[in-house]
Design a protein around this ligand. Structure first.
Ligand SMILES: [Cu+2]
Length: 270
């Protein structure tokens, strides 16, 4: 009963009241943290939802009306009519118009997502079975990002979503994300930013986001990629410019690309 009440009440609570990670019994989208996601949420909440509710109510009304008005007991001699040109034109034209009304804003959002503005920084995400590898090509930074096991979680870390090495990006900056995979298909998806792109071996896909709020955002691999598909989450920490610079200076040492590659070479040559 409590759960049912929760579901019903979540219909009335605005989506913005929810945090930036999935919540139990959540029904709507995660809280948008980028312009792109806000467009998607507006499109869904203000256009798709009213249309789908109107259609559902209308069809329900038609069914009830037909059941009552044309029931056998009230119609001992049923009508033999099979065609009605006006009704047939209407039930073809109206759905077409509804689809066009939905398609126009939908394409607008799609094209906006597809045009990458001038990027302030670029990160590269590489899908592996089963973790994500990240690179900051302009900063010479490279690291792997593994899910934290349940037993090792800190109190503030969500289960199945927190990782050991988070992606860190500055707030209000255009981040271009290059996405690829090393073995099988994966997909880099972050609901709060409205970002989801396939990671395809041998191919680089691009997307972008501009996070408007500081905080920690969680996503997951969204392409069935094998037995541990559910255990390769994505964590992005959005921080202020100063904090980002501070992180960069540490990361340049901790995750320096050359040293890591030299180590690998050393191991390989042994
Ligand atoms: Cu995957």
């Amino acid at each position: 009963m409590k759960k049912i009440l929760l579901i019903i009440s979540s219909f009335f609570i605005s989506v913005t009241a929810l945090a930036d990670q999935p919540k139990e019994w959540q029904l709507g989208f995660q809280n948008p943290a980028s312009g792109g996601m806000r467009d998607i949420v507006n499109f869904h909440d203000n256009l798709l939802l009213p249309i789908i509710i109107a259609i559902t109510v209308f069809v329900l009304f038609l069914m009830l009306y037909a059941c009552i008005r044309f029931r056998a007991s009230a119609n001992p001699n049923p009508s033999k009519r099979t065609h009605n040109v006006t009704v047939e034109i209407l039930w073809t034209l109206i759905p077409c118009l509804i689809l066009i009304v939905m398609a126009v804003p939908s394409f607008k959002i799609l094209y906006k997502q597809d045009t990458i503005p001038k990027a302030d920084l670029t990160i590269k995400a590489v899908g592996y079975q089963w973790y994500w590898g990240y690179e900051y090509p302009d900063e010479n930074i490279i690291f792997d990002s593994y899910m934290i096991e349940e037993k090792d979680l800190r109190a503030d870390q969500p289960r199945l979503l927190a990782v050991d090495n988070e992606v860190v990006v500055p707030v209000n900056k255009v981040v271009k994300v290059l996405i690829t995979a090393n073995d099988v298909l994966h997909a880099w998806a972050l609901p709060s930013f409205g970002v989801k792109r396939d990671a395809v071996p041998g191919r680089i896909n691009e997307t972008w986001f501009k996070a408007e709020k500081e905080g920690t955002y969680y996503g997951q691999c969204s392409e069935l990629c094998g037995i541990k598909h559910a255990f390769m989450p994505i964590t992005v920490k959005v921080v202020s410019e100063e904090d980002y610079q501070e992180w960069l200076s540490e990361a340049r040492v901790k995750f320096a690309k050359e040293e890591i590659e030299n180590d690998k070479l050393k191991i390989a040559s042994k």
